[in-house]
Design a protein around this ligand. Structure first.
Ligand SMILES: *Cc1c(COP(=O)(O)O)cnc(C)c1O
Length: 444
């Protein structure tokens, strides 16, 4: 399977790249995002065959459709077993709404799926070369912790994270700065945009490149997208009762950069039967507005309490348009959208707690609210089964969740252990020169 940039309308030979090349490049040279040249469409029997398989077996079958030219089935199986080593569970919160809990990985958010898979793909590539690889990543929180844990102790790969000093939550900071070994955290005396600028500078700087084999781990990498399709496939066959397996499922997906939703749409495009999607955002509602007929208009980012979704110009929109053949009409026919204010998000966290004695994170609450909105307006049947991906564990957002519910979230032991560890980071200015000195010193 070859991959092509979303900005190339015709798959002309020579413009396509292999999966491993697409992973290495991250962003395509023309500024587009990589997508499969042709989306694999297995026979309908494929979906019934894999429906009862354990997650990693299903993952191997699905990922092989994309990767079998480049990785043996055995390698794909090994990578899957290693990457998806935590449970994916489904919890009802009312008669027709379920939460797909994607936060049982090491950093308590769904980004573990993509980051852990990508890390193991890189490890596979490094095994075949004799040069160590250095991954640079700028982070405002969740990505950095997922990347750090994903690559932790992966042989032949060093990770350097750049995060804004004082700009991430205490738990996120501890998750990035307490691992050691092949993970180095640079605490930048600036904001996230400074970190991002420094990473871009290093990735294109000749002096640095001759000393180190550098690569990035950003969220638009195709290796992070593909594995995110898997949990929709899993939920489609395990999230509904035996006797209602034929029933349609609507996924209402809390979205920021829209990687998570795009992965679901990819599964749908592969022919996964009986699924539809709703795009749910916070007050950064560029995409829901577009879906209701407005011109697509990137906006300045608005700060909200579901801050991992504070994105005014979502990069995966390009991939969504690519999947719908760049047709406004087609995407508007197939995909619904909605959004929640902070007030509605708080009310939803409170309601779910009151009715279920269960804390949910603010991002998940946005999804639950938008699903309710669609039921109330009649856009969805009252009894339509809705599955909301629960994107993070509520303990990652303790302050706002406890404010909403008025109750204390029990802290899992592994979180307490992490908070008790000693932080180790290197302070750095926002100057390119300082980063260059550090990279060339061989200290990472
Ligand atoms: C990243 C993130 C999101 C948004 O996911 P996208 O793929 O960027 O749309 C939602 N919730 C949490 C907790 C996140 O970390």
């Amino acid at each position: 399977m070859k991959f092509i940039s979303t900005r190339q309308k015709n798959p002309i030979d020579g413009k396509t790249v292999s999966f491993l090349e697409a992973v290495k490049q991250g962003l395509a040279p023309d500024g587009g995002l990589y997508m499969p040249v042709q989306i694999p469409k297995p026979d309908p029997s494929f979906w019934t065959d894999i429906a009862r398989l354990p997650f990693t077996e299903m993952a191997t079958r699905v990922l092989s459709l994309y990767l079998k030219d480049e990785l043996s089935e055995e390698s794909i199986h090994e990578i899957s077993q290693d990457a998806f080593s935590f449970p994916v569970t489904i919890q009802p919160i009312d008669a027709s709404t379920r939460l797909l809990e994607l936060f049982h990985g090491p950093t308590l958010a769904f980004k573990d799926f993509g980051a852990r898979f990508m890390a193991r793909v890189y490890a596979h590539m490094v095994k075949k070369s004799d040069r160590e690889l250095t991954i640079l990543a700028a982070t405002s929180g969740d990505t950095g912790s997922a990347v750090a844990h994903g690559f932790y102790r992966v042989p032949g790969v060093n990770v350097i994270l750049l995060y804004p000093s004082g700009g991430v939550s205490p738990l996120q900071e501890k998750q990035m700065t307490t691992l050691g070994e092949n993970i180095t955290a640079l605490e930048i005396d600036g904001v996230f945009d400074d970190c991002q600028r420094l990473v871009k500078w290093a990735l294109t700087n000749q002096t640095v490149q001759t000393h180190l084999q550098l690569s990035s781990a950003n969220s638009i990498n195709i290796a992070r997208l593909l594995p995110q399709s898997l949990y929709y496939i899993h939920a489609r066959s395990n999230g509904v009762e035996e006797d209602s397996r034929q029933q349609d499922v609507t996924f209402c997906v809390p979205s920021g950069n829209f990687g998570n939703l795009t992965a679901g749409l990819l599964a749908q495009a592969m022919g996964l039967p009986g699924v539809s999607f709703i795009a749910a955002t916070n007050s950064n509602h560029t995409v829901p507005d577009y879906l209701s007929g407005a011109v697509f208009q990137p906006r300045k980012t608005i700060s909200t309490i579901s801050n991992a979704m504070d994105v005014g110009n979502p990069s995966n929109f390009e991939r969504m348009m690519h999947l719908f053949g760049h047709s406004d009409q087609q995407i508007r026919n197939e995909l619904k959208g909605g959004w929640a204010t902070d007030e509605e998000t708080l009310q939803t966290m409170e309601k779910v707690y009151r009715e279920n004695n269960e804390h949910i994170c603010p991002h998940t609450a946005v999804g639950v609210h938008v699903a309710d909105q669609h039921r109330r307006s009649g856009a969805l049947r009252e009894d339509q089964m809705v599955i909301v991906p629960a994107t993070a564990h509520p303990v990652k957002f303790t302050d706002v969740v406890q404010k909403a519910t008025g109750a204390t979230i029990p802290i899992p032991t592994r979180v307490q252990d992490c908070m008790n560890k000693k932080k180790s980071s290197i302070n750095m200015s926002t100057r390119e020169h300082d980063l260059q000195d550090f990279l060339l010193s061989g200290r990472a």
